[in-house]
Design a protein. Structure first.
Length: 288
């Protein structure tokens, strides 16, 4: 499968040429394939946010390049503009960026900037609203009349309405209760499955990443420390711990159970898998 995004020897330095120059991303290279669901993790200051802002041309690298569908973002002004629509970026707490008179106008803001026809804009707004569970009556309201969770969903819908090839979400479940977290993760997965788009989920929640992502990219000190299937990354718990990261809580519980001699399976990272394994154990099955 071909790469939708290729990062080539990307380096970004802040305050270049000054005494307090800081290398935020250091000679990073990787490919992301079409349809992937990538979890991007790393401790605060590891370079995650700086990295994702390069993927749609919001930031220009000090060195290296970013290719979308095999073409450099920085080929021309036109290609930079196109990248912002091909790769939709939803910042942390996106609800603070809502500003229009109605929810409908807010969701329509991106498609309008794409110079689409009114009929197509209305169609995209309706589709995006349905993905995030907003009803027609919500669209007529001021965004400030919505609940906190509804505001979050409206803001994410604004990015979805651009129908990007790649959807990047920076901590989309931050500040939400468990039910709200599950709602957001489910709507992102439904959007990915329905559209075939690629998703990059930036998160501090190992549980969210374990539940949603098929692959995990770990940033540490501006470099890619790991990039592999989710199970293989979380199996390296000791290395993650040395970077200031943890495996999901359920993995820790199962590790303790194994230490106590219970024949539970290795590689359990989600509650659903834990329930399956305990049910197997109660039926007398063997560990996987």
């Amino acid at each position: 499968m071909s790469a939708v995004i290729s990062v080539k020897n990307l380096t970004h330095r802040y305050n270049e040429g000054l005494p307090h120059c800081h290398v935020a991303v250091d000679n990073v290279s990787f490919d992301i394939e079409k349809g992937d669901f990538i979890g991007l993790i790393g401790h605060t200051g590891s370079g995650k946010s700086t990295l994702v802002q390069h993927l749609n041309g919001l930031m220009k690298p000090s060195e290296g390049d970013v290719l979308i569908d095999g073409k450099s973002i920085w080929e021309s002004k036109k290609s930079v503009r196109a990248a912002k629509f091909k790769v939709g970026l939803c910042f942390q707490y996106p609800e603070y960026q809502l500003f229009e008179e109605t929810v409908e106008k807010d969701i329509a803001y991106g498609p309008k900037n794409m110079k689409l026809k009114e009929e197509e804009i209305r169609r995209r707004v309706a589709i995006a609203a349905s993905f995030v569970g907003l009803k027609p009556e919500h669209l007529m309201k001021s965004p400030f009349e919505l609940s906190g969770g509804e505001k979050r969903r409206a803001a994410i819908a604004g990015v979805m309405a651009m129908q990007p090839e790649v959807l990047i979400l920076d901590e989309p479940t931050a500040g939400l209760d468990p039910k709200g977290r599950d709602t957001v993760l489910n709507m992102i997965e439904n959007f990915r499955k329905s559209t075939g788009c690629t998703v990059i989920l930036v998160s501090h929640s190992m549980e969210d990443v374990a539940k949603a992502a098929s692959k995990v990219l770990v940033m540490n000190k501006g470099k890619v420390a790991m990039y592999d299937e989710t199970e293989k990354v979380f199996a390296r718990a000791e290395e993650l711990s040395e970077m200031g990261l943890n495996v999901p809580q359920v993995s820790k519980v199962f590790s303790i159970l194994r230490q106590k001699g219970l024949p539970v399976s290795d590689g359990i990272f989600t509650v659903d898998k834990a329930v399956e394994d305990i049910a197997r154990l109660m039926k007398g099955g063997k560990a996987k």
